[in-house]
Design a protein around this ligand. Structure first.
Ligand code: WQD
Length: 339
């Protein structure tokens, strides 16, 4: 049985990927500093899978901890989620982002290279900035990052490319996520926003749950059909399954290049107002929202061309927006019980 190290494995996408890996027959080892999550999600992984994965609580900036993990476990592949990821916070605390996201990645890569362990890197469509053409393919030019967070994704990919150039036996895949939302059908794991949510769906859910007064829609004067921004929302379970496919691709020696990049989206763009309407319809409730000014840095519209992931990776998203928003609301209702 192959063992996959999942960094940030108690996080939102990390916990869903941990479940998908276990259900696909992998052993997993999780390392997470719990800075942006709670142990409830580790309990959720156990409830869903019946497995109790080996867990290290710690910080990947600690070189000794990283070495200890690789010395104590036979790691066959790595999926690297652990990183700071709040766009706004990265603008006010850039050095925290550069130190955390780059040092963690470099410590991991040193271990991965020395033992030729393939690595999946959690990247983001944010590397495309405001694309000139839509939909976005993997060949769409990467644009100068609009935040230190986005820069850590861009430079993270460059660090991996340079590492592979110097170590031909090392392989990696970068997965560029569009907008992950939703939760596992069990409602035992989901997005756990700590503090005021930056992202649309977690904030919307807290308004629907009566925990917040009103959702602010950041601008309805964009050049889109209803004036609000368009995004490619993808079910987190679809995203998790793509990570399992990417790990298997490298372990089975099917990579066509030592470094490959795949967009993970649905290919479908939806506006903020469309998402709100679907949420209301599928869950039978009315949401309190108001239109306010634009949010600085927002991209008007972006959605994926999924051809390469569909044909080359052999992965395609299965869930539609109603499924995503139904599962999100079920998770929120469970979260309200968790307290
Ligand atoms: C989506 C849309 C907002 C909140 C960012 C990062 C990306 C990834 C996901 C980390 C936009 C609108 C939002 C609100 C709103 N980050 N919105 N009211 O900005 O597309 O992507 O988060 O993994 O890398 O760039 O996601 O959910 O913040 O915004 O109207 O209270 O919802 O303007 O149009 P975004 P988002």
């Amino acid at each position: 049985m192959k063992t996959v190290l999942v960094t940030g494995g108690v996080g939102y996408i990390g916990s869903h990927t941990s479940v998908a890996l276990i259900e696909s027959g992998y052993d997993i080892v999780i390392v997470d500093d719990l800075s942006n999550t709670r142990l409830d999600l580790l309990e959720g992984i156990k409830k869903i899978t019946g497995k109790d994965p080996k867990f290290y609580e710690g910080d990947l900036k600690d070189e000794k901890l990283v070495a200890k993990i690789f010395n104590e476990n036979q790691i066959d592949a790595i999926i690297h989620f652990a990183a700071s990821k709040a766009v706004g916070e990265s603008v006010t605390e850039p050095l925290k982002y550069y130190k955390n996201n780059f040092l963690s990645l470099v410590n991991l890569l040193e271990q991965a290279v020395s033992a030729s362990i393939p690595l999946v890197f959690s990247s983001s469509c944010t590397v495309y900035g405001t694309p000139d053409l839509l939909p976005v393919t993997e060949q769409t030019p990467v644009k100068p990052a609009q935040s230190p967070y986005g820069n850590t994704k861009q430079v993270g990919e460059e660090i991996i490319v340079d590492t592979i150039a110097a170590n031909p036996n090392f392989k990696a895949i970068s997965l560029r996520y569009f907008n992950p939302i939703g939760a596992h059908e069990s409602s035992h794991i989901g997005e756990l926003p700590l503090g005021v949510p930056n992202n649309l769906v977690p904030y919307l859910l807290q308004v629907a749950a009566g925990e917040r007064e009103c959702l602010s829609v950041f601008g309805d004067d964009y050049n889109t059909p209803d004036g609000t921004c368009i995004r490619d929302y993808i079910h987190v379970v679809d995203l998790a399954e793509a990570h399992v496919v990417a790990v298997k691709r490298m372990l089975d020696g099917l990579s066509k290049e030592p470094y490959e990049v795949f967009n993970l989206g649905t290919g479908q763009g939806n506006s903020v107002l469309e998402l709100i309407k679907v949420f209301e319809e599928v869950n039978g409730l009315k949401l309190n929202y108001k239109i306010v000014d634009r949010r600085a840095g927002d991209v008007e519209q972006i959605y994926a061309d999924t051809t390469f992931a569909n044909e080359e990776l052999g992965w395609k998203s299965r869930f539609e927006l109603p499924d995503m928003l139904r599962s999100a609301w079920n998770w929120q209702k469970n979260l309200s019980k968790l307290g």
